[in-house]
Design a protein around this ligand. Sequence first.
Ligand code: NDP
Ligand code: GDR
Length: 373
Amino acid sequence: MKKALITGATGQDGMYLVEFLLTKGYEVHGIKRRASLFNTDRVDHLYQDPHEPERRFILHYGDLTDATNLIRVIQEIQPDEVYNLAAQSHVAVSFETPEYTANADALGTLRLLEAIRILGLEDRVRFYQASTSELYGKVQSVPQNEQTPFYPRSPYAAAKLYAYWITVNYREAYGMYACNGILFNHESPVRGETFITRKITRGLARITLGLHDCLYVGNLEARRDWGHARDYVQAQWLMLQQNVPADYVIATGEQHSVRELIERAAQVLGISLNWEGKGVDEVAVVTAVEGQAAEHGHIQSGNILVRIDPRYFRPTEVETLLGDASKAYRELGWAPQVTFDELVQEMVVEDLKYAQRDVLCRREGYRTFDYYE
Ligand code: NDP
Ligand code: GDR
């Protein structure tokens, strides 16, 4: 039985990758951080009691900022594959916590690679690094592929640039099987609530059910290549199953703006919108209500559904990203399965269920969580 170690196993991609590797018959080990509250929500459905003798999913305490911990965990597990998904992954937050982001995202990757080398496992372990389309930042050509030059635009992207190159260096210097997946944005119903896709689908679902009034966002014109996380973790695994290690762009090749994302999510709920005003005073006004939104009766024509809040603008923005994944199509046989419309539909439907649960809780007098950052 193959053994995999996943850092960031409690995150969005971690959840989908754990599920995928379990179906492939792996023994899957994950690293989770110590927190004062339970932080394993996304993988709780996979939890196996530690007293079960035949466990195939095991979580270990650890942190990418703690080298001795990483060495001990890897020594104990002796994995065949290591997927480094752990990171402070929020671009806007990286401007507020640049040093921590560099420590976890850049040096954390180095610590993991060194742990493998110190233990003499560099010939046995296959290593996946979660690299990102944020490396392209201020884009130098369109669409972006493995040859496009990098131009990072945030502390997050600068840290991930180090992680990218140290992965390439360990491959070249020590002959390690190490790959960078340069993944463009990928989302799902378990996406963190403060990334724009989930913020929109969750926010609009909660407004539809009367739990909230108005959604505040930043740059409406930012354009991204959005895919589904379930498709993208399969590419991560495929990269580690080849004869020769290499770096791959993973993307859909289709681009949408934040504005279009809002319109699409509203449409799923039966809400038509009109944009009025300019710049930071621009607002989305409801022009017609049908479907789910009409059934629930909380949204009327003329309501302002979305406003701009400049606090969500970034000091340096990545305006546009569009990926060319033809190398992955060709060499890995990988292609995305979920379309943009299907992705938004799935996220809105799931967020309506969460919101419905909160409506029931409130009706029974229980407190619910109301954060909309
Ligand atoms: P998430 O933010 O959902 O998950 C990040 C994971 O990393 C969580 O499990 C988190 O733990 C863990 N983590 C954070 N800091 C540390 C640390 N210091 N030590 C150990 N674990 C830590 O990210 P995604 O699942 O969306 O992304 C996975 C990876 O892919 C990240 O590296 C991200 O930067 C990268 N990426 C993501 C893309 C996307 O569109 N989703 C695109 C390209 C790259 P906890 O749950 O305790 O917070
Ligand atoms: P990104 O994702 O920065 O691309 O990083 P995010 O969803 O945060 O932003 C996408 C774009 O939307 C604009 N935007 C807003 N973003 C947020 N979060 N909140 C808002 O209110 C808002 N309004 C507009 C942003 O300015 C940006 O242009 C994600 C992360 O998963 C990274 O870890 C990963 O590496 C990249 O995707 C690829």
